[in-house]
Design a protein around this ligand. Structure first.
Ligand SMILES: NC(=O)c1ccc[n+]([C@@H]2O[C@H](COP(=O)([O-])OP(=O)(O)OC[C@H]3O[C@@H](n4cnc5c(N)ncnc54)[C@H](OP(=O)(O)O)[C@@H]3O)[C@@H](O)[C@H]2O)c1
Length: 272
């Protein structure tokens, strides 16, 4: 059986590819840039662009399971090609699909739900890897600058999202399920900075930005106003689901969800 991983070069997809390969599965990895994909030996790396479903025909050949992302890289806009992708997948014999949530019930999710595929939706909260945005200021100044230091989040390790995806792709009891996925603990921004400092052995200072300062910083970085409103509104007043720990990772994988301290220990080189 061949499993096609879309977003294979991304934060979750790389872990899915690695875990499937380790478990002995034949993996085909989709990317728009096969020459720079840097995926493990034994992975079949193929070209495909999800915004152009006709480019997926050969990638889907012989595939029984797919991990599907639901966004296009141009600002994480929902993929509009869901119906064509799902139609093609069904015609080529795909039976099972995991779908990574992009924050809304978009065209991919709707097409998957309306299909005969065995689907599992993955709805993770904030990824631990977002902490990489602090790498530069920690390395150069030992400082993190953010607004809303008390904003809570049940951040999740990307490898845990992948472990649930792998369980759903190769196991038999996950069809029709929507899994909310969190890490094992609720952490504020202060907590994350404290854990980072302890793991890298450096006293990191936290400067709390005002909302206006944070808005200005995002403007300078080129973020559109609606995205700025969304991000700041989220951190000012996160939905309860973003800071409520659920046991799904452990229930599905049989292993406790990875901690932020573990994530930092795996990524220390980005911060020193
Ligand atoms: N970051 C968070 O805290 C968070 C929280 C909850 C949910 N999410 C969601 O999780 C998803 C992953 O987010 P991320 O930031 O970690 O992104 P990411 O995985 O780094 O995204 C890049 C991946 O998407 C692929 N891709 C993008 N557009 C494509 C297209 N048109 N055709 C084929 N492949 C395409 C890229 O493949 P190439 O090799 O072709 O470039 C690459 O593998 C998003 O839907 C995001 O909204 C994120």
């Amino acid at each position: 059986m061949t499993i096609l991983v879309t977003g294979a070069t991304g934060n979750v997809g790389r872990h899915i590819v690695n875990q499937l390969v380790k478990a002995g599965h034949h993996v085909r990895a989709l990317t728009r840039n096969p020459s720079s994909a840097k995926l493990p030996e034994g992975v079949e790396v193929v070209y495909g662009d999800l915004t152009e479903p006709k480019t997926l025909a050969s990638a889907l050949n012989g595939v029984t399971g797919i991990h599907l992302i639901t966004f296009n890289s141009d600002g994480y806009t929902p993929l509009q090609t869901g119906p064509e992708i799902v139609d093609l997948a069904q015609k080529t014999g795909v039976r099972r699909v995991t779908v990574l949530w992009n924050g809304e019930h978009g065209p991919v999710e709707k097409a998957v739900e309306a299909s005969d595929l065995e689907w599992t939706f993955l709805q993770p909260v904030e990824f631990m890897i977002n902490a990489l945005q602090w790498g530069e200021s920690i390395r150069s100044e030992g400082i993190v600058r953010e607004p809303f230091g008390q904003s809570p989040s049940a951040i999740i390790h990307e490898a845990d999202i992948a472990s649930v995806a792998v369980a759903a792709l190769i196991g038999d009891s996950h069809a029709g399920k929507t899994y909310t996925l969190t890490g094992p603990e609720v952490l504020t921004v202060f907590d994350k900075v404290r854990i980072l400092g302890a793991e890298i052995g450096r006293d990191i200072q936290f400067f709390e930005l005002t909302e206006d300062q944070a808005r200005e910083r995002m403007r300078v970085q080129g973020a559109p106003e609606d995205a700025i409103d969304f991000v700041l509104g989220w951190y000012a007043n996160p939905p309860k689901s973003a800071y409520t720990v659920v046991p799904t990772v452990e229930q599905v994988t049989g292993r406790q969800a990875r901690t932020f301290a573990q994530w930092v220990s795996e990524h220390v080189h980005h911060f020193i």
